[in-house]
Write a protein that binds this ligand. Structure first.
Ligand code: HEC
Ligand code: HEC
Length: 232
């Protein structure tokens, strides 16, 4: 049988599409390797940004006025008060040593196996925790809530649990561990952050931290004025 179809594809005609395919593939490979190079550069840039942000926070700290000896003593003492708040259940329950948030005044691990792992599997905290306490929307005994309810990031877990005041202080004022915050940024955070403010409006019969918010901010300010001097 002879091929008489006018649209037959001979070897020479085949070569072109193949050549084009090959060109396209090479192009694709080039593009993807360029893209992964760009991604790697992006990662480096991100690390670089992190370093810069941490360095900027340290510079801001260094630019604070030098404290007097009395101010350093007062700041160290004030941090002991600050630590009492940070390690009270309302704050510590979201700043645990492990991947599981804690709950109740006894700071027991969160029920239902909630952890950073359950987060990764798609169970967002906001599935249950809304922007206000459940009793404010008429559900008594339900989950507490405040804007951006969640755990600190895995890379910088900002642990408050089980640390001596001295270690807690070291960690808190370290921009690499505190989310690139200067002392002034930390003061701003504890003054205004909705999760911090929630501690004094926790809903249900949850206890409040041992100091008023005002007293807490006053002690925190003394500590910042001492340039984050840590207790022994
Ligand atoms: C619902 C969980 C939650 C509660 C409750 C909570 N925090 Fe946090 N906290 C976070 C998260 C998440 C971050 C990180 C936010 C970010 O980096 O943007 C954070 C960051 C912080 C930081 C700054 C970084 C650092 O190294 O600590 C401070 C200070 C802080 N919280 C203090 C408190 C205090 C004080 C309370 C209690 C009055 C409290 N938090 C209650 C989740 C919580
Ligand atoms: C399936 C629903 C559900 C999910 C998802 C959930 N929670 Fe909860 N959570 C609750 C309930 C209900 C309570 C109230 C229990 C109680 O009264 O102690 C609670 C209480 C808490 C408390 C205790 C507050 C305190 O000081 O007593 C913290 C902290 C907390 N959750 C953090 C989280 C974080 C962080 C996530 C996401 C990683 C999360 N929860 C995900 C239902 C949930």
């Amino acid at each position: 049988m002879t091929h008489t179809t006018p649209t037959h594809t001979g070897p020479s005609q085949n070569a072109r599409p193949k050549g084009q395919l090959w060109l396209a593939l090479t192009g694709l490979v080039l593009i993807t390797s360029a893209a992964s190079l760009a991604l790697a550069e992006g990662d480096k840039a991100k690390d670089g940004e992190e370093e810069n942000a941490a360095a900027a926070a340290l510079e801001a700290n260094a630019a604070l006025p030098e404290p007097s000896g009395d101010q350093v003593v007062a700041g160290r003492k004030a941090f002991i008060e600050v630590a009492k708040v940070l390690q009270s259940p309302r704050c510590m329950n979201c700043h645990p040593t492990g991947d599981r948030p804690l709950q109740t005044d006894q700071s027991v691990p969160h029920a239902m196996n909630i952890s950073r792992e359950s987060l990764k599997s798609g169970m967002a905290c906001s599935t249950c925790h809304r922007e206000e306490n459940s009793d404010e929307i008429g559900i008594i005994g339900g989950p507490p809530g405040a804007p951006h309810w969640g755990l600190p990031p895995e890379e910088t877990p900002m642990i408050f649990q089980d640390l001596s005041p001295a270690l807690l202080c070291d960690q808190l004022q370290d921009p690499v561990k505190n989310g690139n915050r200067s002392l002034q940024d930390l003061l701003e955070h504890v003054t205004k952050d909705p999760l911090v403010l929630w501690g004094w409006n926790p809903g249900g019969n949850r206890t409040k931290p041992p100091l008023t918010h005002q007293e807490f901010v006053r002690n925190f300010t003394l500590w910042v004025q001492a340039k984050g001097a840590c207790p022994e």
